[in-house]
Design a protein around this ligand. Sequence first.
Ligand code: PDD
Length: 287
Amino acid sequence: MSRTVYVNGEYLPEADAKISIFDRGFLMADGVYEVTSVLGGKLIDFEGHALRLQRSLSELDMVEPLGRDELLEIHRELVRLNAIEDGMIYLQVTRGSAGDRDFVFPDPETTRPTVVLFTQDKPGMADTPVAKVGIKVISIDDIRWGRRDIKTVQLLYPSMGKMMAKAAGADDAWMVEDGQVTEGTSNNAYIVKGNKIITRELSSDILHGITRAAVLRFAREAQMEVEERSFTIDEAKQADEAFVTSASTFVMPVVEIDGAKIGTGAPGTVAPRLREIYLDESRKAAI
Ligand code: PDD
């Protein structure tokens, strides 16, 4: 079934949606994005995603094309028009098209950002059987740029990382810089030792995950200990459990790293519990 998508103020069938070949998102990866999940027809963590979008735009000196209320309205309208019960909403904002190719940013007064939103229908995604068995990851060098806290559309290396994982018979990759894990290709990375959850501290080295913020809050509320610091692949291999978080996977156990089983090689107790708490609380707070 053809989706209805949003492009610069219009709701259109996907086949009719068009942007310029001079769009800077296409030519320069000069754009930012957000991914918000939908459960039971409602938006999960919308406020966090809207705030991070605002921050990404401001860090790149891009104008904010839409306020929080308009953004919410568009997300809800796409959920309605595409009858999404469970799924994802992708939002991309680029610096637009000045009608030619130029490294220099165009004048924001005359070149407006391009705003695109589209949906992915994923019925029952919170009940994916993958969460019961967990995923396998490999480690790869983190060769991305230094502003990973900005959610840009420069996703070539994360795509390559997923391809490397696939070629190695794994599901995803954890990236390593100066011997320490930064994050997954499209998620934040965690290990568990005893009652302690360890995940890299926030900095420009990683994306400040919206799911990460919520999961750490719920973990602390559930009296689990949280340590925000970096860790090595060797430490991860010795951990009791490992997991990742993101808007699309929620909390997902990691059961193997570079071929080494984590714990028993099956999901432990902490990650599944956090997944359950996160899904319960997020559904309650969904708008
Ligand atoms: N990825 N780190 C990276 C590099 C990411 O791309 C993502 C999200 C996260 C987790 O952030 P959040 O919890 O806000 O989703 C961490 C999205 C889901 C994607 O690119 O599809």
